[in-house]
Design a protein. Structure first.
Length: 183
């Protein structure tokens, strides 16, 4: 795990003049590699991580997984946009150039950082509003636009849903971030 960009006593992102915070949407499971590339090139980035514990070979193994799968937050000037988009891991790159949007993103990232610090000692669940029995809409991926019923939470990030397709029921595991409750 690379060094965090924050001092735990001062968990705040302060935007630099002439730079813009944004996010890169990446190929699956490339977040840590991409964040390390940015750090190596002197680009400020933020990859929120949370602890995941699993039993492996009769022992507990602790790993750090991204809170937001496929996303890394970064601060760059406009001139580096083209260079970053060319990285093979990057699917899309979105920079917040409007001041009010950037302020909102920075405020959200500061809150995420506080959650990340909390996750070091406590269980943090991504999108805790998604509960068994809810009807949800899949927002991303091959099943985008499909309605499903939540069966159970597999862990902090993964949710098992039931889909009704072609007269058959199908259980599928999806990311909680990719689901939206239908009211």
């Amino acid at each position: 795990m690379s060094e965090p960009i924050f001092n735990p006593d001062e968990p705040f992102i302060v935007p630099q003049e002439g730079q813009f915070w944004g996010f890169a949407y990446l190929r699956p499971r490339t977040e840590k590699k991409f964040a390390q590339k940015l750090t190596d090139f002197g680009i400020r980035s933020y990859l929120p991580l949370m602890k995941k514990m699993r039993v492996h070979n009769r022992g507990k193994v602790v790993t750090w997984v991204p809170m937001f799968t496929s996303y890394v937050f970064l601060e760059i000037p406009n001139t580096l946009y083209t260079n970053i988009v060319r990285y093979p891991e990057v699917l899309t790159l979105d920079l917040c150039e409007q001041p009010e949007i950037q302020e909102g993103l920075v405020a959200d990232l500061n809150r995420v950082r506080k959650c990340e610090l909390l996750a070091e000692n406590h269980k943090v669940v991504v999108n805790p509003g998604i509960q068994p029995g809810m009807t949800v809409l899949v927002k991303k991926g091959a099943l985008a636009g499909t309605e499903a019923i939540v069966l159970r939470r597999e862990n902090e990030v993964r949710v098992v849903v039931n889909l009704y397709i072609l007269g058959r029921h199908c259980d599928c595991t999806l990311n909680a971030d990719d689901l939206q409750e239908i009211l």
